[in-house]
Design a protein around this ligand. Structure first.
Ligand code: G3H
Ligand code: 13P
Ligand code: ZN
Length: 332
C-alpha cells in the first residue's frame, strides 16, 4: 500500500482551487466506478489539457475494492503521464459524500488526496462537530476537506433527501471558521440524479422544458462574505436530451429527465464555484451506448467492444464540459 497520496503522484485541491478562482474557471470532478470510466476521465483531461478530480463515493469504493483503488489510481497517474508525453496532469483522488469520520479516515489512510465529509443531513451543530473532526485528522496529512451546508434534493450516496434546503449565506463563514474546511458544497437548486426538476416547475419552449434558474443570488452573497473561498456545486449534470431519448428508444424507461442547463453551469464556473460534480451524465452516456449496441447488433458479445465505445462516448462528454462549460481546458 502507499503511505501517502504523494507517493501515488496525486495532488490535493489547495493550489488547484486558488488557480481556478483567479482564472475564473471550475475544476471538473467526475465520479467513476470502473476502469473504462477512469480511462475516459484521464483521456479527456489530457486531450483538453485540464486538471481533473477523480471521485468515488463510498458505494463506488466498495464496488472497486479498497485493496484495488490505490493501485488503479497509480495506474491512472502513469497513464496520464504517458499520454501527455511525460508532463504530469494534475490529478486529485476525492472521496465523494463521506458520511462518517471512519470512512474519511480510511480514505486518507489509503491514499486519497481529498475527502468530502457530508454532514448536511445533521443538525448545524452536529455537522460542525463531525466536519471539524475530519478536517483536523485529514489536515495532518495535507489532505483537503470539503464540507456541505444545505441539503440537495435527490439521491446521494446512502442517503435520500425529499426536499432541498438552500444554504443560508448567514451560516457560511461561521461554519468555515469553526470547521476549518478547504471548500464548501452549497445548495442553490441543483440536485442529484436525472430528475432535477419536476415537469410542472418548468416553462416550455418548443416542447423543451426550461427549468427554473439556480439561486445565483445565494452564491453571490456567499462570494461577497468569503472572497476567494472555493465553493462546490454538486448535482450538476445537464442530462442531455439526446442521451435520454436514445436510452428510451432502445428499450429504456427514464421519465421526466431534466438537468441543469449548460449556460447556467458556464455562468457558475466564472463565479466562486471552483469544483463542479458530474456523475449522472457519465451513467447516461454508458447506458445509451450499450443499449443501442445491444439493440442493433444482437450478435455482439465482446464487452471490450461495447464498453470501449461507451468509454469514447463518456470521454467526449467529459471533454465537452471542460472546454465549453467549465473553462478549465488549456490551464496546465
Ligand atoms: O452523489 C453521488 C452519486 O451520483 C451517487 O452515487 O451510486 O455511487 O452512491 P453512488
Ligand atoms: P449528478 O447526479 O448531477 O451527476 O451529480 C453528481 C454529484 O453531485 C456527485 O457528488
Ligand atoms: Zn454530490
Amino acid at each position: 500500500m502507499f503511505k501517502s497520496y504523494k507517493q501515488i503522484g496525486l495532488i490535493n485541491t489547495q493550489e488547484l482551487f486558488q488557480k481556478a478562482f483567479a482564472g475564473q474557471y471550475a475544476i471538473p470532478a467526475y465520479n467513476f466506478n470502473n476502469l473504462e470510466q477512469m480511462q475516459a476521465i484521464v483521456e479527456a483531461a489530457v486531450e483538453a489539457q485540464s486538471p481533473v478530480i477523480l471521485m468515488v463515493t463510498e458505494s463506488a469504493l466498495n464496488y472497486i475494492k479498497k485493496s484495488i483503488l490505490p493501485f488503479l489510481t497509480k495506474g491512472a497517474v502513469n497513464y496520464a503521464l504517458k499520454l501527455n508525453s511525460g508532463k504530469p496532469i494534475p490529478l486529485v483522488l476525492h472521496l465523494d459524500h463521506g458520511h462518517g469520520f471512519e470512512i474519511c479516515k480510511e480514505c486518507v489512510d489509503i491514499g486519497f488526496s481529498s475527502v468530502m465529509i457530508d454532514g448536511s443531513m445533521l443538525s448545524y451543530g452536529e455537522n460542525i462537530k463531525l466536519t471539524k473532526k475530519v478536517a483536523d485528522y485529514a489536515h495532518q496529512f495535507d489532505v483537503s476537506v470539503e464540507g456541505e451546508l444545505g441539503v440537495l434534493a435527490g439521491i446521494e450516496d446512502n442517503a435520500e433527501a425529499a426536499k432541498s434546503v438552500y444554504t443560508n449565506p448567514e451560516d457560511v463563514s461561521d461554519f468555515i471558521q469553526k470547521t476549518g474546511v478547504d471548500s464548501l458544497a452549497i445548495s442553490i437548486g441543483t440536485s442529484h440524479g436525472p430528475n432535477k426538476f419536476k415537469p410542472e416547475q418548468c416553462t416550455y419552449k418548443n416542447g423543451v422544458p426550461i427549468p427554473p434558474a439556480l439561486r445565483f443570488d445565494i452564491l453571490e452573497k456567499i462570494g461577497k462574505q468569503l472572497p476567494g473561498f472555493p465553493i462546490v456545486l454538486h448535482g450538476s449534470s445537464s442530462i442531455p436530451r439526446q442521451l435520454v431519448d436514445s436510452i428510451n428508444n432502445n428499450g429504456g424507461d427514464i421519465k421526466n429527465a431534466i438537468g441543469i442547463p449548460e449556460e447556467q453551469l458556464r455562468k457558475a464556473s466564472t463565479s466562486s464555484v471552483c469544483k463542479i460534480n458530474i456523475d449522472a451524465d457519465g451513467r447516461l452516456a454508458t447506458t445509451a451506448t450499450i443499449r443501442k449496441i445491444f439493440n442493433n447488433e444482437p450478435t455482439e458479445f465482446n464487452p471490450r467492444n461495447y464498453l470501449g465505445k461507451a468509454k469514447i462516448e463518456m470521454k467526449e462528454i467529459y471533454k465537452h464540459k471542460i472546454i465549453n462549460l467549465f473553462g478549465s481546458g488549456n490551464t496546465i
